[in-house]
Design a protein around this ligand. Structure first.
Ligand code: NAD
Length: 297
């Protein structure tokens, strides 16, 4: 299998590196030249557009920032769809079910199989090959790419219906968005009341209040005030909006997601979309007049 990789950012960079280290010859493209150069230094070949990647590879993977960019890369004029060699396209980005279906349908017209394959586990998971890799699309195509996906983490076949893996990913991310915002709100309350946030996190993690935020995001990026977890607030807002869009289209309740969505929208307004998503605690701190810093009480 000749693999191509488009989008070499926080997630795509380490995923592409792992594929090279597993012995794959990679053809890569990113609009950000330094990202390409990092991979070329590891042995990848550079291409000049997604189309050229798809001219040279039979299997093209992508990890891109927005649904609009995924559409452009997959089915745009210089997109994967115009490539001569490509047989399958695997989108590792979070783009929502509607866009995944759109890409699937257009590529099908050119006999290119599409697998939507969003991932969870953050930059650390990407670096260590420890991602949850959700996949939907034709099972025969999943069988072909499964060994490569195992280099990235643990593949989960969600179903053959295009977009199903996106639905699963949005369910995961809305919960991650909920618990990070909720944990931030609660820890700010504790600090205002005089508790040490480091002690709070230790107790939560030993008790029934533990969340993925208290286990991972607080110790790594919030308590040390480094705010460098590696996921942009703008990307979280994108995922929350995609979840709300899909849930509203289904006519299901969105009371919690709606409230949490407003918190993320406000955080992106205040900190900017490029700020790390762990800065979501800052508006809570500002409103309470405290800073969540161990030993500061
Ligand atoms: P990122 O912004 O770090 O990387 C995106 C890359 O795409 C950048 O290198 C950018 O230059 C490149 N790019 C933009 N437009 C392009 C184009 N037209 N052609 C080629 N390359 C282009 O984003 P990321 O954090 O790596 O996230 C990528 C996807 O993975 C998103 O859908 C995100 O929601 C999802 N995701 C991210 C994380 C995380 O923790 N960062 C975790 C799980 C899923």
């Amino acid at each position: 299998m000749q693999i191509g990789f488009v989008g070499l950012g926080n997630m795509g960079g380490p995923m592409a590196r792992r594929l090279i280290e597993a012995g794959h010859d990679l053809v890569v493209f990113d609009t950000h030249r330094p990202a390409v150069e990092r991979l070329v230094a590891l042995g990848a070949q550079a291409a000049s557009a997604p189309r050229e990647v798809a001219d040279r590879a039979d299997t093209v993977l992508a990890s891109l920032p927005t649904p609009a960019v995924s559409l452009e890369v997959a089915i745009g004029d210089s997109g994967v769809i115009a490539g001569a060699r490509v047989a399958r396209y695997v989108d590792l980005s979070t783009i929502g079910a509607t866009t995944a279906v759109q890409i699937h349908d257009r590529l099908a017209q050119r006999n290119i199989a599409a697998l939507d394959s969003p991932v969870s586990g953050g930059v650390r998971g990407a670096e260590r090959g420890a991602l949850a890799v959700m996949v939907s699309g034709p099972h025969a195509e999943f069988d072909i790419v499964e060994p490569a996906l195992e280099t990235l983490g643990r593949p989960f076949y969600v179903g053959d219906k295009p977009g199903s893996a996106q639905t699963m990913k949005l369910a995961n991310n809305i919960l991650a968005a909920n618990v990070l915002a909720a944990t931030a709100e609660v820890v700010v309350m504790g600090v205002k009341a005089g508790l040490d946030p480091a002690v709070m996190i230790d107790v939560l993690n030993a008790g029934s209040g533990a969340t993925s935020a208290s286990r991972d995001k607080f110790p790594r990026a919030i308590l040390p005030r480094t705010f460098d977890y590696g996921f942009a607030t703008g990307l979280m807002v994108k995922d929350v909006r995609l979840y709300l869009e899909q849930a509203r289209a289904l006519g299901v309740p969105v009371e919690i997601a709606d409230t949490v969505g407003r918190i993320w929208e406000a955080a992106a307004q205040e900190q900017g979309p490029d700020a790390d998503f762990t800065t979501v605690i800052k508006p809570f701190e500002k409103a309470a007049g405290v800073v969540v810093r161990p030993g500061a009480t």
